[in-house]
Design a protein around this ligand. Sequence first.
Ligand code: OAD
Length: 237
Amino acid sequence: MNSIVILTGAGISAESGVPTFRASDGLWCGHRVEDVATPEGFEANPALVQDFYNERRRQLREVAPNAAHRALARLGVEWPGDVLVVTQNVDDLHDRAHAEVPETEGFGLIHMHGELLKARCTETGQVCDWRDDIRPDTVSPFSDDATLRPHIVWFGEMPLAMHVIERALAKCSLFVSIGTSGNVYPAAGFVSAARRAGAHTVELNLEPSLGQSLFEERHYGPATEIVPAFVERLLSR
Ligand code: OAD
C-alpha cells in the first residue's frame, strides 16, 4: 500500500475547541450561510462578513492541535509512501501539528476551502499571510486601489487545487475520510473517485456520515481516540 489520501473535516478539530458547521452550536450559529459564506453576502455587507471571519481568525489563538492532528503528522513522517492530507478546514491546526515533526518529501497538505490566516487581494487575486483583523477599508499590499477579502472558498466558488487532489485520488491505494458529514461537494465525492482507482476506503467519524455505505471500513468515536489508534495499526502492519 503506497499512496494515501486523507480527507478531513470540522470533526477533527472539534475536540480542539473549533465548533463544527452543522452541530447545534455550529459555526453558522446566528448567521445565515448566504450572509457570511457567499460572494453575494460579501458584496451586500462586507463589514459583517469581515467581522465574522475576524472573530474566527482570533479564535485560532485560543486553540491547539489535538491527538488526531498529531497522529496524521506522525503518519506523514513514518509512512513509506506518499501521504496527502486534504482538509476542508480553514483553521491552521494541521499546519501546526506538521510544524512539530521533521519535514518529509512525500507529505502534502491542501486547504481546499481556503485558510483563515491568509488574505486575498480583491483586484489581483494574489494571496498573502494575514494574522490581523481585515476591515472593509484595509488596503491590499498588492494594489493601492484594492482591498482584501478572507482567503476562504465561499459557496458558489471553486475549491482550491482540485487538479492536484484529483490526480492524487486517481492513484491512491488508501483513502481515509475523517470528521466530515459528507454534505458538501466536491469533497463528498472523493470516496467514489478513490473507489474507481481501486483504493481501500475508510471512514473515521463520530457517527456514520451521509456516504457511510461507500466505505469498506468504518470506525466511529471521537477523533482523538480513533485516529491515533488507526494510524498505529497502519504503521505496525
Ligand atoms: P460538518 O459540521 O458538516 O460535519 C462534521 C462531522 O464531524 C460530523 O459528521 C460529526 O459527526 C463529526 N464530528 C463531530 N465531532 C467529532 C469528533 N470529536 N470526532 C470525530 N468526528 C466528529 O463539517 P464538514 O463536513 O467539515 O465549507 O463540513 C464541510 C464543509 O461544509 C465545510 O468545509 C464548510 C461547510 O459549509 C465551506 O465553508 C466551503
